[in-house]
Design a protein around this ligand. Structure first.
Ligand code: NDP
Length: 447
């Protein structure tokens, strides 16, 4: 059977076994595409049912999360934890609280996480979890009661050597605090290594908050360097205005670039002279307001309700909001407006059509698996500090993050070259991430 036939058989089987999960199909399809190149050269990676095993989570946990709202009414949400692959280390990946969350979304995120974590070079497996709970518009007490109920079930499935969750969309410092508090109460132990993204006084790591955004920009800068360019003087679009977007924007500004637009789910703002991040954080984090408030409080800033942020002229685009936020038409808009570099801060923000367009039009494109790995890498550094009862300085941790991101880029670039796909960072990331996990799975037998 040809490699193409083999891959389409894997994919057909996956579609049948995982009906109604389009995001999961999309994530697997992209990796399988790259595996065609690997299997053509190294057919042993198809032995022992390796590809089928890789696409099937080791364990999927779905649970009821009942909680009481401020009016005394009982609310019921659904909780998920998908423990996808632990060949390289304990399952590691964030929790997402958002009304769109379902099993397919958690599986896509967990699947991506396997390769991302592998690329960091650190001993962590892949997992992801979350709930269809929407923290927006809820009081602090409601969020706390929800987190406590969520952890009351989740705590039996996690642990320092088993599974170490963290934050993601809708799960920031506040939620991690409530989750950790309930874990500590139920387990009667201060097991710092069970969650990452903790507060600094109780086991958290400096730089973890900034890590995904900073890491994204470190990797983007490496990509520009290969073309003798730099972020200094570049115009950059950063979509979103949450954790990843905020710190990506900060690092872009530190490197001399100008952030010309940012967004949230209500629309985007244009900021031709750069963003005042202190004001933005105050509006989004403290006041928990929508982004139009920024335009109201800042001269020369325009708010475009429900507009397409990718229509703003720029040199570099960093999608940092959510999956499939940048489609084929937006990719063409970006190219027409001068964008030559795209790096994914969010998980799978570019649709397959957008990625094919970038590749065909020689726009340099760094996939999220590589580009946003800085968050989980620093989570693994937090675990190292917890295990050694130590806490590192900001500069030392940031240096480690910077070195990890540079290594990821070099590894991805080198792997793409080795497989005759020079400049194809999607293939480079998928293949490099895959081979490390695959080698471990083959060595550990059929389990
Ligand atoms: P946050 O919840 O902090 O921020 C998400 C941001 O995206 C918010 O500004 C939100 O706006 C905006 N947003 C959501 N949906 C849309 C949309 N359809 N259009 C425009 N804006 C939208 O999440 P994070 O910053 O933590 O995560 C962002 C992405 O990065 C996710 O894909 C996540 O999986 C990925 N990621 C996060 C990591 C981390 O360390 N946090 C690590 C690696 C990846 P609003 O406020 O209106 O909802």
């Amino acid at each position: 059977m040809s490699v193409d036939q083999q891959i389409s058989e894997y994919y057909d089987k996956l579609l049948k076994r995982n009906a109604g999960e389009p995001e999961f199909h999309q994530a697997v399809s992209e990796v399988l595409d790259s595996l065609k190149i690997v299997l053509g050269k190294d057919p042993h990676y198809a032995d022992y049912g390796l590809v089928d095993r890789l696409c099937e989570p080791e364990r999927q946990i779905i649970f009821r999360v009942p909680w009481t709202d401020d009016e005394g009414q009982i609310q019921v949400n659904r909780g998920f934890r998908v423990q996808f692959n632990s060949a390289l280390g304990p399952y590691k990946g964030g929790l997402r609280f958002h009304p769109s969350v379902n099993l397919g979304i958690i599986k896509f995120l967990g699947f991506e996480q396997i390769f991302k974590n592998s690329l960091t070079g650190l001993p962590i497996g892949g997992g992801k979890g979350g709930s269809d709970f929407d923290p927006k518009g809820k009081s602090d007490r409601e969020v706390m009661r929800f987190c406590q109920s969520f952890m009351t079930e989740l705590h039996r499935h996690i642990g320092e050597y088993r599974d170490v969750p963290a934050g993601d969309i809708g799960v920031g410092a506040r939620e991690v605090g409530y989750l950790f508090g309930q874990y500590r109460r139920l387990s009667n132990q201060h097991e710092s290594g069970v969650l990452t993204g903790k507060g600094l006084s109780w086991g958290g790591s400096l730089v973890r908050t900034e890590a995904t955004g900073y890491g994204l920009v470190y990797l983007t800068q490496e990509m520009l360097k290969t073309h003798n360019e730099s972020l200094d003087g570049a115009k950059v679009i950063v979509s979103g205005s949450g954790n990843v977007a905020t710190y990506a924007a900060q690092k872009v500004q530190q490197f001399g670039g100008t952030v010309v637009a940012m967004s949230d789910s209500s629309g985007y703002i244009t900021t031709p002279n750069g963003v005042d991040l202190e004001l933005l954080r105050d509006i989004k984090e403290n006041r928990r307001e929508r982004i139009h408030v920024y335009a109201e409080e800042c001269d020369g800033v325009e708010f475009v309700e429900r507009g397409n942020i990718w229509e703003v002229p720029a040199d570099v685009a960093l999608p940092c909001a959510t999956q499939n936020e940048l489609d084929g038409d937006s990719a063409k808009l970006l190219a027409d407006n001068g964008v030559r570099y795209v790096a994914e801060g969010a998980n799978m923000p570019c649709t397959p059509e957008a990625i094919h367009f970038f590749q065909d039009s020689k726009i340099n494109f760094a996939p999220g698996k590589a580009a946003n790995a800085g968050g989980v890498a620093t989570s693994a550094l937090e675990m190292q500090q917890n295990a050694s009862r130590d806490s590192w300085s900001f500069d030392y941790t940031d240096e480690r993050l910077h070195a990890i991101m540079s290594n990821i880029f070099k590894n991805v670039e080198k792997t793409a070259k080795e497989y005759d796909r020079e400049g194809d960072y999607v293939a480079g990331a998928n293949i490099a991430g895959f081979k490390k996990v695959a080698d471990a799975m083959l060595a550990q037998g059929v389990i």
